[in-house]
Design a protein around this ligand. Structure first.
Ligand code: GDP
Length: 444
């Protein structure tokens, strides 16, 4: 009988049925792991690529024959003319920003994408963005480091049941009534807490009429479309945003995002049967970086951080959405193993190994020391705030690995680095990325 792990890798479920056609590409860390590049690679083979959570608050950097792009809301399948790209119901849809993004790619020669937006997707309202800004300003020193794109107020309203689904744009009378009710409530906060001008529901209604016309060509009953696609065994890719450590439940709460970036949420945020997600690819970088506030145990500072930041990514480690310099750190085995576990990863991809070629010895965080006790279990936020990194040093390879495509060609030290991490994170590393371009990849 085939061992269970082999069955999983080959995509054969317990009943011997082929059931791995849904693949999720997700982040094992704080985001910025290089998911964009990996999703773009996988997307070449996919019939359907779906965004299932998050919004315009983060970006995926993609470099392909059309050029370099930072996609914020568009799924990474937009570069393939045969791929259907879906914005799922779990996404925070910023309509003006989506329209701008479509314009940016088509102006660069990419054919108009095949795009579907779920009629159940909720809309980021202009006041969500205002409220995000007002609140971060009010918090001042205590702010969360939000990208100020309205994401937290958006999801708060969604779960408070005062959000607006795309389908509501098409019933103007009901929309007008709901807008008046919501504005009354919002204005209490805006005027009395933030001392800002009140919202005018009639002006908002007009703005939403513009939203309706721009989104109209894409709105569809995505749930039914995906039901049929699953029945037809079409190749479906779920594209996660940010990473496991930003999950509102399992991440570094409250320094998390407001929707779940976990593969499991893909079922809810897109409308798919959970048992059909057979392959969960967790992307992790050969070193760490993070944007925004919150504990970051393996963080480094000063010249070491500056050097890694300058050499990292494809042109330095700066946020794809905000341009903010990313906080830098060494690879964190504790956080990454945890990230892979909560993602339910069946495999991992290690990106940006080419960046580390300048180091004589490479520090790796293999444990945390909390109040004098060593642990390799990722703790809750209160304890994490007190964690100090336990580092081990691995020999560097002092070679430029950029663009390598064959495992055999890697220096022994680089192979040992990958094997060390693989052993610590407990998930097979099936791919090693040696540069930002599609073809700069090693399959193992
Ligand atoms: P994402 O949000 O997970 O897609 O990550 P980002 O795209 O925001 O950040 C990853 C950065 O690393 C981008 O600048 C990518 O072009 C770049 N990148 C991805 N893979 C590699 C790699 O293997 N090597 C190098 N040097 N850069 C990479």
């Amino acid at each position: 009988m085939m061992p269970e792990t082999d069955r999983r890798i080959r995509g054969i479920g317990p009943a011997g049925r082929k059931d791995s056609m849904i693949t999720a590409i997700v982040g094992a860390n704080w985001g910025d792991e290089g998911k964009g590049k990996i999703t773009d690679m996988f997307a070449c083979e996919a019939d359907i690529v779906i965004r299932f959570q998050g919004g315009a608050n983060a970006g995926h950097t993609i470099i392909n024959p059309y050029g370099k792009f930072a996609l914020h809301q568009l799924p990474s399948g937009v570069f393939n003319k045969n791929t259907v790209n879906i914005i799922g119901n779990g996404v925070a849809l910023n309509i003006p920003s989506l329209v701008r993004e479509i314009g940016q790619i088509t102006q660069n020669g990419v054919p108009a994408p095949r795009l579907m937006v779920s009629d159940r997707t909720q809309i980021v309202m202009p006041y969500h963005i205002l409220l995000d800004q007002y609140e971060e300003d009010r918090l001042s020193e205590r702010q969360f480091g939000s990208t100020r794109s309205g994401i937290a107020p958006f999801y708060s309203d969604k779960y408070a049941k005062i959000g607006f689904q795309v389908c509501e744009l098409f019933d103007e009378k009901a929309l007008w009534e709901k807008l008046h009710a919501v504005c009354e409530y919002k204005n209490a906060l805006i005027v009395h807490l933030y001392h800002k001008p009140a919202l005018d529901p009639d002006a908002l209604l007009e703005e939403l009429a513009g939203y309706r016309e721009s989104i109209r060509p894409y709105v569809a009953d995505v749930r039914t479309f995906l039901r049929d696609a699953v029945r037809e065994d079409r190749q479906i890719l779920l594209e996660g945003q940010l990473g496991a450590l930003r999950d509102p439940d399992f991440g570094i709460y409250p320094f998390t995002t407001s929707s779940s970036p976990l593969a499991g949420y893909g079922c809810v945020g897109a409308g798919l049967p959970p048992y059909r997600i057979g392959r969960i690819v967790a992307v992790t970088k050969a070193y760490s970086s993070a944007v925004g506030a919150g504990a970051f145990t393996s963080e480094i500072f000063g010249p070491d951080a500056e050097q890694l930041r300058r050499l990292g990514g494809d042109a330095g480690e700066f946020g794809a959405t905000t341009g903010r310099p990313r906080r830098m750190g060494w690879f964190d085995c504790v956080a990454t193993r945890y990230g892979c576990e909560v993602q339910g990863a069946t495999e991992a991809v290690l990106t940006a190994i080419d960046v580390l070629g300048y180091l004589d010895r490479i520090p790796v965080c293999t444990g945390y020391e909390i109040d004098g006790t060593r642990t390799d279990t990722f703790p809750v936020t209160g304890l994490l705030n007190r964690a100090k990194p336990v580092l081990e040093w691995l020999p560097g390879w002092k070679t430029d690995l950029r663009g390598m495509t064959r495992w055999e060609d890697l220096p022994a030290e680089a192979k040992a680095y990958v094997a060390f991490i693989e052993q610590r994170i407990g998930v097979p590393i099936r791919m090693v990325s040696t540069g930002p371009r599609r073809e700069e990849i090693i399959y193992r």
